[in-house]
Design a protein around this ligand. Structure first.
Ligand code: FE2
Ligand code: FE2
Length: 158
């Protein structure tokens, strides 16, 4: 069972993201830009801190490497969506369609992490390792939030 603190931290963020996506989908046009920026910052920081903790460790483990690579490539895909959305008028039909697509992809991503990546990691990692990852994630997330606030959408990663 993936119930160690690192997985609880990550899942708590995912639930926050699900709520933010739902709120943005139902928002008035006038509120979209602000809610989108908050979502972009939150998801970008989460993904970065997740990569610096869990995925860095999974990438170093031959049994977990492929799943880690899959998730990291999806982070890049979501980041590209953010870049594209930032170029569009939030009041346009194009924005609505692109957001819908992004929401679908991202919800799939976090469902997959919870159902596949986290249980695989929990099976292979020691309790000590999981503790260490929780500490790294909790330390990195606030720093990554600050960093994401300063960055332009779509170029948070190479
Ligand atoms: Fe992720
Ligand atoms: Fe995640």
């Amino acid at each position: 069972m993936a119930d160690a603190r690192i997985f609880q931290d990550l899942k708590a963020d995912h639930d926050r993201h699900r709520a933010m996506l739902k709120e943005l989908a139902a928002a008035n046009y006038a509120d979209r830009a602000e809610l989108f920026e908050a979502l972009r910052i939150e998801i970008s920081a989460h993904a970065a801190a997740e990569e610096e903790s869990l995925y860095a460790t999974m990438l170093a483990n031959p049994d977990l490497r492929d799943e880690a690579r899959h998730s990291v490539s999806e982070h890049k895909e979501i980041d590209d969506f953010f870049g594209e959305l930032a170029e569009l008028d939030p009041k346009s039909a194009e924005w609505t369609a692109k957001f819908k697509e992004m929401r679908h992809r991202y919800e799939h991503h976090i469902d997959e992490e919870e159902e596949e990546m986290f249980p695989s990691a929990a099976e292979k990692l020691s309790g000590e390792e999981e503790q260490r990852l929780a500490k790294i994630f909790e330390r990195r997330k606030p720093r990554e939030l600050e960093r994401a606030e300063e960055e332009e959408p779509g170029d948070t990663r190479e």
